[in-house]
Design a protein around this ligand. Structure first.
Ligand SMILES: Cc1cc2nc3c(=O)[nH]c(=O)nc-3n(C[C@H](O)[C@H](O)[C@H](O)COP(=O)(O)O)c2cc1C
Length: 315
């Protein structure tokens, strides 16, 4: 079985989650999961990162399953994920799934795949299900190490469970935005328009910059140019935060989002191994904003226990 994952990822969270899909799909024994008679069947997973810097987009032809991964932006799929769906070719009943990462598990994020679903369904993609994986915020505020550790342990558990479900052909309706939450719908539209207008307000501070050119090299929209000794930010920004989040010198300011800026990767694999960091953090120690995550983790625990699994197996 061959699987292709098309992934847009600004700061690497969704790409990390795609890595988990690759790990657990390739580890699966298809026969065990599906009781299929073809003994020895194996799964291979290819990952294509959506970026204007990536080479030609591979065709889904020749793949048995397609995954589309994206970070939630403004309660929706970001522009590059929608453009990806528009660029994919017509197919015939191609089994497909979405996986999305976001900073919180609130139900306001539920309907984020609807636009992509509409586009792909018209093109013959058979969207079977989606999975929402909560990962440490790349904007708004920096998550505590305790929280980042919990998120990454649960990401492993929830992705492995999803992989088993995918291989068993399980279907689940792609969620819609609840009626009470429809007010979030215009936010995506505004965010897209605004991100382009706002792009040139990003700035590199020369006193801090170490001239590594990482920002120029990672921008998925080729929106950052270094010309005549100066960094220039154009109008193609999609607010992915790849430049400022990963800047090793924290030298990039992000226009009106200054107070929401988060800089520096979360080293999730290291955090998981650090036994001095308590696990689980939610619900045991959760205070303030972290109480909002209780519902998400209750739902994860329920899904895992219904499948006879427990998150403790992933520590
Ligand atoms: C412009 C922007 C908008 C975002 N909007 C949301 C949101 O509506 N809901 C949410 O839970 N997280 C939101 N986030 C957080 C990201 O979805 C989250 O950090 C995600 O894991 C980032 O994935 P990436 O590293 O693959 O880009 C937003 C982040 C950015 C940069």
């Amino acid at each position: 079985m061959r699987v292709i994952l098309y992934v847009f990822s600004g700061t690497g969270n969704t790409l990390k989650v795609a890595g988990l899909y690759k790990k657990y799909l390739e580890k699966s024994n298809i026969n065990e999961v599906t009781d299929a008679p073809d003994e020895g069947a194996s799964v291979t997973v290819d990952i294509y990162r959506v970026s204007k810097k990536s080479g030609e987009m591979p065709s889904p032809d020749g793949y048995d399953l397609v995954g589309i991964g994206y970070p939630i932006h403004g309660f929706s799929a970001p522009e590059p994920a929608i453009e990806l769906c528009k660029a994919l070719p017509q197919v015939e009943n191609k089994p497909t799934f979405f996986f999305k990462s976001s900073g919180e598990g609130l139900h306001l994020n539920d309907g984020s795949s609807q636009k992509c679903l509409k586009i792909l369904t018209k093109k013959g993609y058979d969207v079977m299900c989606e999975r929402h994986i909560v990962m440490p915020y790349n904007m708004i505020y920096r998550h505590k190490d305790e929280m980042a550790k919990q998120m990454w342990i649960y990401a492993h558990a929830m992705v492995e469970l999803h992989c088993r479900e995918l291989l068993a052909g399980k279907r689940e309706k792609v969620k819609r935005t609840a009626l009470w939450a429809l007010w979030v719908a215009p936010i995506r539209f505004l965010e897209q328009k605004f991100s382009h207008m706002h792009g040139p307000l990003f700035k590199v501070h020369k006193d801090k910059c170490v001239n590594c050119m990482r920002c120029v090299n990672v921008c998925p929209e080729n929106n950052i140019k270094f010309e005549d000794g100066k960094f220039k930010f154009g109008h193609d920004c999609v607010l992915c935060m790849g430049c400022s989040f990963g800047c090793p010198a924290d030298a990039i300011s992000v226009g009106v989002f200054g107070l929401w800026k988060v800089n520096g990767s979360y080293h999730v694999d290291k955090l998981v191994k650090d036994e001095s960091i308590p696990f689980p953090y939610v619900p045991n120690h959760a205070k303030g904003i972290y109480r909002l995550y209780k519902k998400y983790y209750r739902e994860c625990d329920k899904r895992l226990s219904d499948a006879g699994l427990t998150v403790q197996d992933y520590i």
